[in-house]
Write a protein that binds this ligand. Structure first.
Ligand code: DON
Length: 568
């Protein structure tokens, strides 16, 4: 099969949209309640409370966006490592047969500057972009949720906030996994932020109530997003900037002027599917398109190669090297740097790149150049009965973000500034490097890897997928799609089966996971080819829905404590 036929990035205008509309329905009187096209709605969310919030809203007749907003606010209460008010994210939406992408990621404050994390000698000051209020970029989640709801919501704003307010006010039962996650992160913040004090009562088997957060959510419910970006909540955030050994720089003007942006999603067609995914300021959609394209382009090389065999891992790692070389060189905030999107996903370019892949041994690092001229985040996937879909990935960046809780507000602030390249060539917490394209500047958005993705078949939703994982997000989304479509695994297996990762640097390092480590023979065979294997990593929390014959099948990653529900 030629590359052009398997994966062809397409312009929005050239893609056939709304194929479900027959000539008869085009003339029919518009109905307030369109007939459902799926047997059920469904949600795959990272915890039971987030999934229940979506169910509650879908049961009331809300659509996928209503459910997504309710889930996002609920997770801000019950999944504080990544669910958030003080962070940001991306929402990929398929609504009434059209694609949308909302960028509500954090932006650098006005007082941010290129060298703000360097000392007088020009060296990076350890931890400054990761812990404490200076690590925080202006949050985007609340404005993003308000914009998504305003454009597409069917239920009222108060209805979609109700589950979160109840969870904060009345409390929720803390699970062992949640306490464990808190305990793992707490030492990073000891003596540096107020994290330990606020989250001390979040212990397993106890009901954790958050009256300050309930009041913050109530202000948002009563006043809309202004209840967060202006007035009392904004005052509390700015006051928090002044606490702690190193002060933060977010001002009331930064908050009041924050804008979320509707952007054109990245669109590609691949093996008969249309992919809708994240454009810059995420690297995820471009990278996912590059991965899928090169994998298809190398179909002859993959012929008969077993899933996760040494040869399979080698070929995928070779593809990944090229993706990460481009990422480091070309990708940044499109409002600040010209990102050559079309060139990076051009089939002819990717065919040439795929042609550089070495069949058996790893390419030498210096030969892989850009080609053309702590972790927690969370993802949930939702479909409604009308065939609309939301893939939402949002984050505080590291687990529990900067560790700074807004006193009186009851929510954590992000450490998203670390996603900038704080100094060219110096890796961030995910080990990826960047250059000028991702340097810090006022109001700029740090480069992301988040890849909330909707896959379409004949104009209808076929899959909704995403995961946390920093720089590893898109290689995991890629593996799940390949598992489901190329290896034809049932979704549950496609999500749970062993994953691995390679990102160019560190050189020839294959990162494998603790959950399902690579076997000794596979490790030995890879080592014989010149790879090093680290079997110690965490490998995400995929939350995915696949539609089979009009029936949604939802799967939550066994690596996390997610819950999937179908809502008939
Ligand atoms: O936007 C990004 O790419 C990162 N801030 C995401 C962080 C993340 O996924 C952490 N989770 N493990």
């Amino acid at each position: 099969m030629s590359l052009a036929t398997v994966l062809k990035p397409v312009l929005v205008s050239s893609l056939v949209l709304g194929l479900g509309l027959s000539p008869i329905s085009a003339f029919a009187k518009p109905s307030k309640a369109p007939a459902p096209v799926l047997a059920a709605g469904a949600v795959a969310a990272p915890d039971a409370f987030g999934a229940a919030a979506a169910k509650q809203v879908l049961d009331k007749g809300g659509n996928a966006v209503d459910a997504a907003v309710a889930t996002a606010f609920a997770l801000a209460v019950t999944y504080p490592s990544a669910g958030n008010l003080g962070g940001g994210g991306f929402m990929t939406v398929w609504m009434d047969g059209k694609p949308y992408f909302l960028d509500y990621r954090e932006r650098a404050p006005a007082k941010a500057s290129r060298d703000m994390y360097l000392d007088a000698k020009g060296d990076v000051v350890e931890g400054l972009s990761v812990v404490g209020p200076l690590a925080t970029a202006t949050p985007g989640t609340v404005r993003g949720m308000a914009m998504a709801h305003k454009r597409f919501g069917k239920l009222s704003w108060k209805q979609v906030l109700a589950p979160a307010i109840a969870l904060a006010r009345d409390g929720f039962l803390v699970s062992e996994r949640l306490q464990q996650s808190r305990d793992e992160s707490a030492p990073d913040y000891t003596g540096k932020t107020n994290f330990g004090t606020y989250y001390a009562p979040m212990t397993k088997g106890k009901v954790f109530r958050q009256p300050q957060l309930a009041a913050t959510l109530q202000r948002i419910a009563d006043q809309g997003d202004k209840g967060f970006y202006e007035g009392k909540t904004a005052d509390l955030i700015v006051a928090q900037m002044g606490r702690g050994p190193v002060k933060g720089v977010i001002t009331k003007t930064d908050l009041a002027s924050y804008k979320a942006v509707w952007r054109e999603p990245i669109r590609a067609s691949w093996n008969g599917f249309d992919i809708i995914t994240a454009p810059p300021p995420s690297s995820g959609g471009i990278a996912l398109t590059q991965l899928l394209t090169m994998k298809s382009d190398l179909a002859p090389a993959f012929e008969g190669v077993a899933h996760n065999s040494p040869q399979y891992i080698h070929l995928i790692a070779e593809i990944e090297k090229r993706v990460y070389a481009d990422r480091a060189e070309y990708l940044g905030d499109p409002d600040f740097v010209k990102v050559p999107v079309a060139a990076l996903i051009d089939p002819a370019y990717l065919a040439r790149r795929a042609g550089e892949v070495k069949a058996l041994t790893p390419s030498v690092l210096a030969s892989v150049q850009p080609g053309i001229e702590k972790p927690q985040t969370t993802h949930f996937s939702i479909v409604d009965r009308w065939g609309n879909a939301v893939a939402n990935t949002y984050t505080l960046n590291g687990s529990y973000g900067s560790g700074v809780v807004v006193e009186g507000g009851g929510f954590l602030l992000n450490d998203e500034m670390d996603d900038f390249s704080v100094k060219p060539g110096v890796p961030n917490i995910y080990g990826v490097v960047g250059g000028a394209a991702n340097a810090i500047a006022p109001f700029k958005t740090p480069l992301s890897s988040m890849t909330p993705t909707v896959v379409l078949k004949d104009g209808k939703v076929a899959m909704v997928v995403g995961t946390p994982g920093g720089s590893r997000i898109f290689t995991w989304v890629f593996q799940v799609m390949i598992n489901a479509y190329d290896f034809k695994m049932p979704l549950k297996d496609a999500v749970s089966v062993q994953r691995f990762h390679h990102q160019l640097l560190p050189e020839n390092l294959i990162m494998a996971e603790t959950f399902a480590p690579l076997s000794e023979p596979v490790v030995k065979a890879l080592e014989a080819r010149g790879y090093r294997v680290d079997n110690t990593g965490w490998s995400g929390d995929i939350e995915a829905i696949q539609i089979m014959d009009g029936q949604p099948i939802a799967a939550s990653d066994p690596r996390g404590w997610g819950v999937s529900i179908t809502v008939p």
